[in-house]
Design a protein around this ligand. Sequence first.
Ligand SMILES: *Cc1c(COP(=O)(O)O)cnc(C)c1O
Length: 365
Amino acid sequence: MNVKEQLLDLKPYQPGKPIEEVKKEYGLEKIVKLASNENPYGCSEKAKEAVKNSLNSFAIYPDGYATELREKLAKHLGVDGSQLLFGNGSDDVIHIITTALLAPGKNTVMANPSFSQYKHNAVIEGAEVREVDLIDGHHDLEGMLQRIDENTEIIWVCSPNNPSGVYVDSNSLHHFLKRVPKHVLIVMDEAYYEFAADEKDYPNTVALLDEYTNLLILRTFSKAYGLGGLRVGYAIGNRDFIHKIEPVRQPFNSNRVGQVAAIAALEDQDFIASYVKKNKQGLQQFYRFCEENNLSYYPSFGNFILIDFEQPGDNVFHYLLERGFIVRSGNPLGFPTSVRITVGTEDQNSELIAILTEMLSNQKN
Ligand SMILES: *Cc1c(COP(=O)(O)O)cnc(C)c1O
């Protein structure tokens, strides 16, 4: 059997290590996973209740069009339901977009380092990947524009960017959008939208959809909403474009439990507001730690922080793993001397910071 040639060099996605595996491997009782930007407080109680109430409908296929979620989310966002496309997580939406637009002979422009799945899916489609290095954690929008040509189909902007945590401000985005040719789809991946939304110069991209018909926004219930395990992500865009790519979507790609939970979670905005506030306080704990230890970091507008330890990120990762904390080494993320840590609860952060402080002081002696 001959798989596509481009698959031979691809590795499957390397997720944060699962808790159970680490427990067994290291003989540890308690494990804290701060590796995949999951919500350390779980999800809204209302979402749990809604899932409990759905226990008797598992035999029935989900509503493939996610009608009720669509209506409620459209209202929440102030858009028309026809402007939404749901996915089995926004990973699935990324897959749908690349399948619909990319092919050999086409190319796609993205920042480096950024979220791995843009490149991964583009490679599978046999398209050329044009990566433009970040400047100080930020997208080099100017450099990205220069890489566009008549065969460019998609340009990806991750804001806030995973793993650097910084966002594209409103002015820069306006200036950029004006200059992207109309044949290029601009994907704004806003997986961490909820954490950055109240920054004064964080762009209101939904309001730009009327002006830019080639703009598509990605958001998810996996991060702030704490529903990563239930896989609900979505795109907001131009209705004609969404209609065109819809045939690529698998008929039941968003599942019944995910839809029910997302509807309830959406209605509990207090839960989100409270988490966003606690996340900000948690970031302060890490900033203080970095400043006390002269470590450089990017101020983060997500629920994670990338810290440069000036030593192999893999070493710091293993040190923490042996002590019951799973974080993400920056090595596979394009920052070999850094570690990406999801902001946990206040206690989890303090405990982790204490271990790191001890590690650093041992290294000095
Ligand atoms: C986590 C993440 C996603 C994927 O989220 P889903 O769980 O698939 O919805 C997409 N983009 C970025 C930048 C992410 O960090």
